[in-house]
Design a protein around this ligand. Sequence first.
Ligand SMILES: Nc1ncnc2c1ncn2[C@@H]1O[C@H](COP(=O)(O)OP(=O)(O)O)[C@@H](O)[C@H]1O
Ligand SMILES: [Mg+2]
Length: 240
Amino acid sequence: MIRVRRLSHSFGADPVLKDVSFSLEKGDFVFLAGPSGAGKTTLLRILYAALPLQTGEAAVAGINLGRLPASRVPLLRRQVGVVFQDFKILPRRSVEQNIALPLEIRGLAPRHIERRVMAVTRALGLQDRIRLKCGELSGGEQQRVAIARAFVVNPKVLLADEPTGNLDPELAYRLMELFKQFQAYGATVLFATHSEDLMRRHPGAYTMRLEKGRITAADWPGAGVFIDGAGRTVHSRQRQ
Ligand SMILES: Nc1ncnc2c1ncn2[C@@H]1O[C@H](COP(=O)(O)OP(=O)(O)O)[C@@H](O)[C@H]1O
Ligand SMILES: [Mg+2]
């Protein structure tokens, strides 16, 4: 569902991702761990085609990101849900309008939109809030709206960039349960966080650690590149 091979990325002369390889199948859940500045957000942005693929290969939901024409980007985004740390919701619009937006962009019939929005708001415990403007909600509720908006399109792949970073631990754990549920529906989840505590809440997930743009540890056979004890780059078996 996500395949990355020997991906490198630089901003100007600064290398930010170095020789990153991994592959994830349907229903896999991976924590992307690593300190601030490690390259987590950059990797997610490349997978979402918010940044071009510079070096190496990558495919998401069967769509090759190499030389992806702008006209194919909407096709990719239809398969991929994204949750950012800073929500990116529209404060003057209601909860319902915010969640319906991706479906409206896709041109779904109002009847379908209403049904999907109702199902997702119920799943996220937002049904009492749907008429409120998002700007009137608490931070935790706003984050739930952002997650609902990613879930509502039923994406095959969910990319989450420290989505619980600004939340208190109790709320973060509850949101973690929602992501697990999403995985149980068959989605592939790549979840960036530097909270060890949160990672312990999902012991069945894989973990991949990025440091200074390199994968320094990963705990499943589909993950590719490691630096071994002697500082050498080691390519592990790639899943076919
Ligand atoms: N648009 C950009 N232009 C230049 N440098 C950037 C840009 N985005 C990120 N960087 C740099 O790339 C490195 C990795 O950043 P980032 O991917 O945001 O890491 P993380 O999400 O792990 O904190 C950092 O040194 C950051 O300053
Ligand atoms: Mg980041």
